[in-house]
Design a protein around this ligand. Structure first.
Ligand code: TXA
Ligand code: MG
Length: 336
């Protein structure tokens, strides 16, 4: 069986696998990661191969102890220290000037490195036992939904990985917030598990990176990431959703005051709690993607707190759908 429960024996085997150049899927508080030793370029290359991820998309390096920062980043300034002190371990990734020892494949040749200390006992234990920082992207096939359960990893990557450690459901459920701190700027490269407001309260105003396409500094933030196979459409609001559509599944923020098709409606949070909604986003999308439907219609969530990251992921999922529609239109010559 590929999925292992994290006994001490399994953790020892997982660490030995990392040390000998293998790749191991492990839980974090955000999503499952697919890890390799950050200082073993051959092992890191296997991650890209397993995911079908292009080499220009750099990885996040995970640490278990602040003392590991020194071997990854060449400059750790006051802002980085304050953010790490307040939010680590936790869902925040810092992009800092890179130490020359970090292999180019990890950072996709950039002169910066992304670092994070995950808030999960299994992840921290794995890093400590491996004796090295662990480079890890989310453990999904490139472009597809991120995994928040071990079985999501098994479904997507199965035999391509050496081990999958089961840590149950991810508590945060949405990826880390990525903040770029190089060259004295504060730029949110990806909204995520720590709301921008909380970061601003600590280090002052931050810029929001609008489009990855125009800003090569976030090479991995492709506009069509996080997409299920079934197309996604975001409704203007719940009153505009056509619940009579028999070929659609519905992803609602909260339980409305009327009945909806019970077998095809999922609620991110019945009581309308944004943290709970973030935690269930990817597992709801995974479920909908397995239903016999042709469209997922999503209700927008309020864009505050974790709602910003939820809407970011939903928009990317929907953007992919638009592109797919355009492409198929082009093939059949239906486009104007
Ligand atoms: O919560 C998370 O961050 C999860 C867990 C496993 O830690 N990881 C994750 O990794 O979401 P991934 O590879 O799916 O997304 C990492 C993002 C990519 O969009 C990548 O382009 C960006 O981080 N990134 C990595 N290094 C970067 C750098 N030096 N500069 C700018 N963006 C960077
Ligand atoms: Mg990812």
């Amino acid at each position: 069986m590929k999925i292992s429960h994290p006994s001490r024996k399994v953790m020892r085997r997982a660490a030995a696998t990392i040390r000998s150049g293998g790749i191991v899927a492990f839980p974090t508080e955000t999503v499952y990661g697919l890890g390799a030793s950050a200082f073993n370029p051959m092992a890191v290359a296997r991650i890209f191969e397993a995911k079908g991820r292009p080499l220009f998309d750099p990885l996040i390096v995970h640490i278990a102890d602040l003392s590991q920062m020194g071997m990854l980043a060449s400059v750790v300034d006051k802002r980085a220290g304050r953010l790490a002190g307040r939010f680590w371990p936790g869902p925040l990734t810092l992009v800092l000037p890179k130490h020359e020892a970090v292999p180019g494949i990890v950072t996709a040749g950039l002169d910066t490195v992304a670092v994070r200390m995950p808030d999960h006992l299994i992840a921290l234990d794995l890093i400590r036992r491996s004796g090295t920082p662990i480079a890890a992207p989310s453990a999904n096939r490139f472009g597809y939904l991120s995994p928040t359960r071990a079985v999501h990893v098994l479904d997507q990557l199965g035999e391509r990985v050496d081990m999958i450690i089961d840590g149950g459901d991810c508590a945060v459920g949405i990826e880390s917030t990525i903040i770029g701190l190089a060259e004295g700027r504060n730029v949110i490269l990806r909204p995520g598990g720590i709301p921008a407001e909380e970061i601003e309260a600590l280090i002052g105003p931050v810029e929001m990176e609008q489009s990855a396409r125009e800003h090569p500094s976030a090479p991995g933030q492709m506009p069509h990431h996080y997409s299920p196979r079934v197309p996604v459409e975001i409704a203007v609001d719940i009153s505009r959703i056509d619940f009579l559509r028999a070929d659609a599944g519905f992803l609602l923020y909260r339980k409305p005051g009327f009945d909806t098709p019970a077998d095809r409606t999922l609620f991110l949070s019945e009581r309308g709690d944004l943290n709970e909604a973030a935690a269930s986003l990817f597992s709801c999308l995974h479920l909908l993607d397995r239903m016999d439907i042709r469209l997922i219609i999503a209700e927008p969530v309020p864009e505050r707190g974790l709602g910003v990251a939820i809407m970011d992921r939903l928009r990317r999922a929907a953007r992919r759908s638009e592109e797919t529609v355009e492409e198929s239109g082009r093939e059949t010559g239906e486009r104007p």
